[in-house]
Design a protein around this ligand. Structure first.
Ligand code: ZN
Ligand code: ZN
Length: 166
């Protein structure tokens, strides 16, 4: 499957529009694996002939299974990205926000990939106040406190103390 929009039949028709949707497999966009597990992505879009430009607007949505970065619990996060991109066949348009294309087909794979990557959360948490894993024994202290000493001081010191007491 190719992620291309064929604009042939709106080329001569200023303000002509193409409305369609794609179902996209994550590997088609080279999305990060295997830490993240992706559902197929859905992209509903309209492509409009705006004269010198073709304007692509749409909504890209999926769900991603990740790990909480504190306690490693599985977390499913929704991904909903509003896409707005401009394309042109005119080589003279010197604007870095405008993507160039040739012929009748706009390949949107790279543009969609960028939209996804820019909207991935920098840090995934199962809940904003996740307490994470005990730095001493690795137990998940969201569920039950462990038997380690009260959480004081520097975990690195605790490792030292353990070594000394042996
Ligand atoms: Zn967590
Ligand atoms: Zn512990």
């Amino acid at each position: 499957m190719s992620l291309k929009i064929n604009i042939h039949h709106i080329r001569q028709n200023k303000s002509g529009q193409i409305t369609d949707q794609f179902t996209i497999l994550p590997q088609e966009l080279n999305l990060p694996e295997p830490k993240d597990t992706w559902r197929p992505l859905r992209f509903e879009f309209t492509c409009t002939n705006a004269g010198d430009l073709y304007v692509l607007t749409g909504k890209l949505s999926s769900r991603i299974a990740q790990q909480c970065s504190r306690c490693l619990a599985p977390v499913v996060i929704p991904l909903d990205v509003d896409v707005h991109e401009e394309f042109s066949r005119l080589p003279g348009l010197e604007d870095e926000d405008i993507h160039h294309f040739y012929g009748d087909e706009i390949d949107i794979a790279e543009v969609l990939r960028e939209n996804v990557i820019l909207n991935l959360p920098a840090k995934t948490l199962c809940s904003p106040d996740c307490r994470g894993l005990c730095p001493y024994c690795g137990a998940d202290i969201n569920h039950a406190p462990c038997d380690c000493k009260p959480q004081s001081g520097d975990p690195r010191m605790a490792v030292l103390e353990k070594l000394i007491s042996k």
